[in-house]
Design a protein around this ligand. Structure first.
Ligand SMILES: NC(=O)c1ccc[n+]([C@@H]2O[C@H](COP(=O)([O-])OP(=O)(O)OC[C@H]3O[C@@H](n4cnc5c(N)ncnc54)[C@H](O)[C@@H]3O)[C@@H](O)[C@H]2O)c1
Length: 279
């Protein structure tokens, strides 16, 4: 059976673990080869969760190869345009083409109100979660243009790109900014049959969400809250009876947007949010 993105090549940032790894695997399952990059090291002065590692990225590569697809990996920080460009240029040289860009890399840091957010936390957040997305597309889009086959660009935003929550305003601002990037790239690139959409996940079961800090934020009344303590509180955010979704749920949306099934969909902020934005 022919895969839904058979013979295409996808460039994915933040692919060492979490959603980025899941996107690499899901697209590979449907016939794509992958260019996968990740910083694989601490990226902000105030990291609240363990950073991904070179071993994590190597595991993503093994998973993709196990599906019979090719993968090229590189340790690159999305703040470094020249390194991004070198990685995607080298990947395209090895894999022959580029069709799909998934700008997924991102961080969550801080936990302060906007007026109390440090300049350091603000700058790192905007540099990675907003400017890093712009640099990712800027570095890779020449290959979509020169390929002449159109293409699909998917930017990872968040429910926090469509509505506000307190105590993470720098993240909210960056993720709203991603929608502006998505819409502008969509109107600029549409003439080349390049579609640009964003995905807006609610809580996803990855290290960014499933950690001690999040559990304490949801259950400040408990000293050592565990998964079962914060599940019902997280569920309050949603219409559907779940506290969070799985990385594969976001990957299925990415796959659809990447595939020709979405050939006339562009400029869409697609939620995968269990109804969070309805509340
Ligand atoms: N987990 C959630 O609840 C949730 C919800 C909505 C949106 N998101 C967004 O989804 C995306 C993926 O997050 P995740 O849930 O998989 O988290 P994660 O922490 O498991 O994975 C993020 C990956 O991005 C990489 N990364 C971070 N900064 C980087 C940089 N400067 N350069 C290169 N790589 C970098 C990390 O090393 C890590 O491997 C992020 O943009 C995040 O903001 C996450």
């Amino acid at each position: 059976m022919v895969g839904r993105v058979e013979g295409k090549v996808a460039f994915i940032t933040g692919a060492a673990r979490g959603q980025g790894r899941s996107h690499a695997v899901r697209l590979a399952q449907e016939g794509a080869d992958i260019i996968a990059i990740d910083a694989c090291k601490p990226v902000s002065g105030s990291d609240q969760i363990a950073p991904s590692t070179p071993e994590d990225l190597a595991e993503t590569a093994e998973l993709v190869k196990g599906l019979g697809r090719r993968i090229v990996t590189a340790e690159v920080d999305v703040r470094d345009f020249e390194a991004l460009k070198a990685a995607v240029d080298s990947g395209v040289e090895q894999l022959g083409r580029l069709d799909i860009i998934v700008a997924n890399a991102g961080i969550g840091n801080g936990g302060a109100t906007l007026d109390q957010t440090s300049e350091q936390d603000w700058t790192v957040m905007i540099d990675i979660n907003l400017s890093g997305v712009w640099k990712t597309v800027k570095a890779a889009v020449p290959h979509l243009l020169s390929g002449g086959n159109g293409g699909s660009i998917i930017l990872t935003s968040s429910v926090g790109g469509l509505k506000a929550y307190p105590n993470t305003g720098h993240y909210i601002a960056a993720k709203h900014g991603v929608v502006g990037l998505m819409r502008t790239f969509a109107v600029e690139l549409g003439q080349h049959s390049i579609r640009v959409n964003s995905v807006h996940p609610t809580n996803v079961n990855t290290p960014m969400f499933m950690n001690e800090g999040t559990m304490k934020m949801f259950r400040p009344d408990l000293e050592n809250p565990g998964v079962e303590d914060f599940r019902p509180v997280a569920q309050f955010m949603h219409v559907l009876p779940v506290g969070w979704v799985e990385p594969e749920d976001i990957s299925n949306a990415v796959l659809f947007l990447a595939s020709d099934e979405a050939r006339y969909i562009t400029g869409l902020p697609m939620t995968v949010d269990a109804g969070s934005t309805l509340k």
